[in-house]
Design a protein around this ligand. Structure first.
Ligand SMILES: NC(=O)c1ccc[n+]([C@@H]2O[C@H](COP(=O)([O-])OP(=O)(O)OC[C@H]3O[C@@H](n4cnc5c(N)ncnc54)[C@H](OP(=O)(O)O)[C@@H]3O)[C@@H](O)[C@H]2O)c1
Length: 283
């Protein structure tokens, strides 16, 4: 992989930041010397410095000032304080180009710009493009699905850099920002729906007489196998389902119950509710 030519810094050095740091170093995108992180938790910083050999700072502004790509990886409720701390710093400015990439769930581009842009003139704003990303927890195992949106100052090169960074932990698709609520509802919250389905399948396995350990193994392996078929055969989910549903067979007996109980409409309604909630939370 061609190494990255921007220094990357993380503000907030929690679970997501660590997933990115491990993936960036592991994939060869940047060596540890190209990365740094800041956090309020000194123990956390020591752990990351020991584990990855990256520079760490107690001061968020140090990361902002020294990096070309600044990842905001704090919780959404911590974002306002973090942004105000940066924009209120007496050395704040954007004399050289810097890409801000926020992974804070439900935190709109406009809210970030509302703090970072007022102290800057137009030249400074152009130098400080912002990208908002909605990743999901499988980033922790390098299988993330991320959606990203950029503001008007981001160039094709900025988007390409953001994409390369996000591809270190999985896949990424670019969307208009209004679609990020749908992304949040489908892939952001999606892992929880799969865990919920897994919980139900395990409980069902136990109900039909299996041990819990066997029900867990059968469930996890079946989910993995089904996903692999979806990924490798090129066939639609519906076509694959029909193939294993013989008339009068066992699968059909189960699917009849799903249909009688409105399984598919329930899922569609649930994800609609998640998208509506994402829209409310990101106002
Ligand atoms: N986890 C996911 O799957 C997922 C998916 C999509 C989006 N996201 C987003 O990713 C972001 C990070 O999530 P996470 O799971 O990595 O959270 P996390 O583990 O809580 O990491 C956030 C880190 O930031 C630190 N912090 C708090 N206030 C700070 C400040 N003012 N300056 C610097 N650092 C500060 C926290 O320290 P303390 O713990 O001491 O407060 C913590 O170490 C969130 O905005 C979340 O919405 C996460």
């Amino acid at each position: 992989m061609t190494p990255f030519d921007r220094l990357i810094g993380f503000i907030g050095a929690g679970n997501m930041a660590e997933a990115f740091i491990g993936a960036i170093i592991g994939s060869g995108l940047l060596p540890p010397a190209g990365l740094c992180a800041a956090d309020v938790d000194a123990d956390r910083l020591r752990t990351l410095a020991d584990r990855y050999g990256i520079a760490t700072y107690a001061d968020n502004f140090q990361v902002y000032a020294s990096c070309d790509l600044v990842v905001l990886a704090v919780k959404p409720q911590q974002m306002q304080a973090v942004l105000t701390g940066i924009a209120g710093h007496d050395r704040y400015g954007a004399p050289r180009r810097k890409l801000i990439l926020s992974i804070a769930a439900g935190y709109p581009l406009a809210k970030i710009a509302a703090v970072l842009y007022p102290p800057l003139d137009e030249h400074g704003r152009k130098n400080l493009p912002i990208v908002r990303v909605m990743p999901n927890t499988p980033a922790l195992v390098l299988t993330a699905m991320s959606g990203m949106s950029a503001n008007r100052y981001a160039t094709a090169e900025d988007l390409d850099d953001a994409r390369r960074l996000l591809e270190a932990v999985g896949k990424v698709v670019t969307f208009p920002e209004k679609d990020l609520d749908a992304v949040t509802a489908l892939s952001g919250s999606g892992p929880a729906y799969v865990f919920y389905l897994a919980e139900a399948l395990i409980a069902a396995g136990v109900r039909v007489g299996l041990s819990r350990a066997d029900a867990e193994l059968l469930t996890v392996t079946t989910l993995k196998g089904a996903v692999k078929l979806l990924e490798t055969t090129g066939e639609s989910a519906e076509a694959l389902r029909r193939k294993v549903t013989s008339p009068g067979g066992t699968t059909e007996a189960a699917v009849k119950v799903f249909e009688a109980r409105g399984f598919k409409p329930t899922i569609i309604e649930a994800i609609g509710a998640a998208a509506k909630r994402a829209e409310e939370l990101s106002r």
